[in-house]
Design a protein around this ligand. Structure first.
Ligand SMILES: *[C@@H]1O[C@H](CO)[C@@H](O)[C@H](O)[C@H]1NC(C)=O
Ligand SMILES: *[C@@H]1O[C@H](CO)[C@@H](O)[C@H](O)[C@H]1NC(C)=O
Length: 467
């Protein structure tokens, strides 16, 4: 007999910021397209991406946080926004319950303050960590760490040993934890306290890449929420790949020999100082390698009044802050782009053989899926942790060593880039990266570990869909 019940419904809630909407929307799409759920996507922003018709969207009002000092950390802003949005979300759930069978509400990493409200409804709530097991483990341990230690974490005498994870030095903790007295640190500790109270957790990782951690969470009983590794899931943006400079970039790549180009990109949010930008440029030049570099305006350069700006140097007028003559000297083997673009196309190109990356998890997964070994150059958020995981745990990346004043010097840039492209260590990480590429494809392929984890979670959701 046909089931007359309507499809189970999931409510997915994204925290503020486009970077957070994309993965959450991706998860909703997966549940709707592959598993016949219907979904409501709740966000704080206007959506620009197109969604299947069985996903409706609701925009929460952004609370006015006018009294905040202008230098308030963006994580603090997000947490405050969420804390002020509990009532509006409650109203949404009340109204959705009249028309749908809600199976679960799924939150991203900032969703903690919604949790007790959702529990009042008796609706299961899930935590979607768009990062890895390492990050989840860190967050789960944070309340204990907070209670049992004093002083700055970077002064801890021993590295933190989380079950199944590589040892982590205090200086490599999440960037907001680096000032223990700060408001942002308190907020991160606050949200971490709820992480084990959700009914289940999804991580955008896969068993093969964090095997020991995956094992640990599989066995972890005690009524602790189940953790499903569902990755690698990546999401392509909507408005990218249209720019002229990027077409030029791909055309240029088409002209290069196979596996000869190193790609340098620090993500959508990463910027470097002027000094660092110049050292990187000179290092790339010294390395003698071919490169594509997504160059951002240095974060300490005031373009409007800049004396670094030398329009004569470059016809496009946009790389004047680079060292004198650099553009000219490297024009035969270097390509520069001044906006973030379709990095997936670059990473999947046969000419690309290395990736200098900030180690954002998103970029990391794209590199893994394409088998491109990396040079870890973390900048903020949890990127240092990812770098430790990639360099010391998975061994698919070399590390760019930071020199005096926190700057990676040109000699180091040249050395590590050459090593990755031509050296013995480079060969080792390249081979390992190839293995991981295969593992990643297997994990998400039919009957792979991540594929099965999603099915497993889905059947639980279907069972819990209340009428
Ligand atoms: C991940 O990358 C894609 C495109 O490569 C982008 O659309 C998306 O916003 C990124 N997600 C995050 C969380 O940065
Ligand atoms: C600029 O970039 C450097 C990395 O080169 C970073 O250490 C610094 O904090 C950044 N400054 C700002 C104001 O974002």
């Amino acid at each position: 007999m046909a089931d007359t019940n309507p499809s189970p419904h999931v409510v997915v809630v994204s925290s503020p910021g486009m970077g957070h909407v994309t993965p959450v929307a991706g998860l909703a799409k997966l549940l709707v397209l592959r598993h016949h759920f219907t979904a409501t996507l709740v966000t704080f922003s206007d959506l620009r991406c197109s969604l299947p018709s069985s996903i409706s969207t609701i925009q929460l009002p952004t609370p006015l946080l006018e009294d905040l000092p202008s230098n308030t950390h963006f994580v603090t802003r997000i947490c405050l926004t969420i804390a002020h949005s509990v009532s509006p979300l409650r109203e949404i759930l009340i109204s959705l319950r009249r028309t749908t069978r809600i199976a679960a509400v799924i939150f991203d990493l900032f969703g903690s303050d919604f949790l007790s409200m959702v529990k009042e409804f008796g609706i299961p709530s899930y935590l979607f960590i768009t990062s890895n097991y390492f990050f989840l483990s860190f967050m789960l341990h944070l309340p204990t760490l907070e209670e049992t230690t004093t002083g700055e974490f970077r002064d801890l005498s021993e590295p933190l040993r989380l079950p199944g994870c590589v040892p982590l030095k205090g200086e490599d903790f999440l960037e907001p934890m680096q000032e223990r007295e700060s408001a942002v640190c308190a907020w991160v500790v606050h949200i971490s306290r709820s992480y084990d109270l959700f009914d289940g957790t999804l991580v955008n990782s896969f068993e093969a890449i964090e095997a020991d951690a995956a094992k640990f969470y599989k066995k972890r009983g005690d009524g602790k929420p189940h953790v499903w590794p569902i990755g690698p899931l990546t999401w392509s943006g909507s408005d990218m790949g249209t720019e002229e400079s990027w077409h030029q970039c791909i055309e240029w790549l088409n002209q290069q020999p196979s596996e000869s180009v190193v790609f340098i990109c620090f993500g959508s949010g990463g910027t470097l100082s002027l000094e660092q930008t110049q050292e990187l440029a000179l290092g790339l030049e010294m390395s003698g390698q071919r490169f594509i570099w997504v160059v951002r305006v240095p974060n300490d350069t005031d373009l409007s009044s800049s004396s670094y700006f030398n329009p004569k140097q470059n016809s496009e007028d946009c790389f004047g802050f680079l060292p004198e003559g650099f553009v000219e000297r490297t024009k035969e083997r270097g390509m520069m782009v001044n906006s973030w673009g379709p990095q997936r196309e670059v990473l999947s190109h046969h000419a690309t053989a290395g990736f200098v990356s900030h180690c954002g998890w998103n970029s990391t997964l794209e590199s893994l899926m394409n088998g491109v070994p990396m040079i870890a150059w973390p900048l903020y958020a949890e990127q240092r942790m990812n770098a430790v995981l990639l360099v010391e745990g998975v061994k698919v990346a070399l590390k760019a060593k930071v020199g005096v004043n926190g700057v990676v010097r040109r000699e180091e840039v040249a050395k590590v880039v050459k090593e990755l492209m031509e050296g013995e260590e480079g060969k080792v990480v390249r081979r390992r990266m190839q293995e991981m590429k295969g593992e990643a494809a297997r994990a998400v392929g039919k009957d792979g570990s991540s594929y099965k984890a999603i099915e497993d979670m889905v059947s639980l959701l279907e069972d819990s869909a209340v009428a």
